[in-house]
Design a protein around this ligand. Structure first.
Ligand code: IPE
Ligand code: IPE
Ligand code: MG
Ligand code: MG
Ligand code: MG
Length: 301
């Protein structure tokens, strides 16, 4: 049931991304280079669970059921652009050096490294174009600014990019539990947290709801990376559509490496419960978001 809804939302997001990444030059652009467009489409279309867009869409629907779908999809697509950029760069040889992503060759394999770097750069900047551009101009100005600034904070220095830096350094520095949790809250958690908060911003929700949704996002963000690290140990590359068994080989600092798979599973369980209880005040209306939290822990790819 949950997987069917996730797939339906993913199809909507895919269609939105396909329109955004068409060949037509937009006002202010001089040209859309064909090779760059092809690499961006390779990295952003045809696959992915689209979990971050899903969270934004459903958080918005929870707090304001009748929002304009096109605006919500525009913000959801912006989140996915940042996520896809992060995967393209994460897979590059000086980073995780991966050849397979979503069951296809990684962007630098299908094209070349320079093109992959540029495709990532262009997806990142496109995300801010989407948030600040025409499509969102009926939102209240402060909410629009909160989306732009919030995404910048989640994706940048003190969020995902900072977390990727700490992730690389952790291979040598071997942090303890608290250090690993912090780097994971940055590299993966920050964008997932912001996806949930973005839904609340779209809904023009009061600060208490925004904070509650953000906290929900933090809990499932940590759970999500924990599950990813477990799957790296337990799942096959065929199922995951990406290489597995790489974290141990690369000496990645993960909670699975530090405390073992059983501990990680029980931790995962605790995080999902925490996420569920944060949504208690919304009752049955939050069923889909609660199912998303459960899905994060049991997902098979
Ligand atoms: C993979 O993210 C990278 C991590 C943050 C662990 P996803 O598992 O959401 O990847 P796709 O988008 O579904 O391919
Ligand atoms: C990636 O974490 C986090 C990002 C910011 C992309 P991983 O390196 O564990 O993600 P996978 O396993 O390559 O998808
Ligand atoms: Mg990585
Ligand atoms: Mg990686
Ligand atoms: Mg991983």
């Amino acid at each position: 049931m949950f997987e069917a809804v996730l797939a339906a939302r993913a199809a909507e997001v895919e269609a939105a991304l396909r329109r955004i990444l068409d060949d037509r030059t937009r006002s202010g652009e001089i040209a859309r280079p064909e090779r760059l467009m092809a690499a961006m489409r390779h990295g952003a279309l045809n696959g992915g669970k689209r979990l971050r867009p899903f969270l934004a869409i459903e958080a918005a629907a929870l707090l304001a059921p009748n929002l304009d779908r096109q605006i919500v999809l525009c913000v959801a697509a912006a989140l996915e652009c940042v996520h896809c950029y992060s995967l393209i760069h994460d897979d590059l040889p000086p980073m995780d050096d991966d050849d397979l992503r979503r069951g296809q060759p990684t962007v630098h394999r299908a094209f070349d490294e320079a093109t992959a770097i540029l495709a990532g750069d262009a997806l990142l900047t496109l995300a801010f174009d989407l948030l600040a551009g025409r499509s969102t101009d009926t939102l209240m100005p402060q909410n629009r600014l909160d989306l732009v600034a919030g995404l910048a904070r989640a994706a940048g220095l003190g969020g995902m990019v900072g977390g990727q830096m700490l992730d690389i350094q952790a291979e040598e520095r071997r942090p303890e539990e608290a250090g690993i949790i912090r780097l994971q809250a940055m590299k993966t958690g920050a964008l997932i947290r912001f996806a949930c908060e973005a839904g609340a911003i779209l809904a023009a929700a009061p600060p208490a709801d925004r904070e509650r949704l953000a906290e929900f996002g933090s809990a499932i963000g940590l759970a999500f990376q924990l599950a990813d690290d477990l799957l790296d140990v337990t799942a096959s590359p065929e199922r995951m559509g990406k290489a597995t068994g790489k974290d141990a080989a690369a000496g990645k600092a993960t909670l699975v490496a530090l405390h073992g798979a059983d501990w990680a599973r029980s931790q995962l369980h605790g995080l999902v419960n925490q996420a569920h209880s944060l949504l208690e005040p919304y009752g049955a209306r939050a069923a889909l978001l609660k199912a998303a939290a459960s899905f994060v822990a049991v997902r098979q790819n």
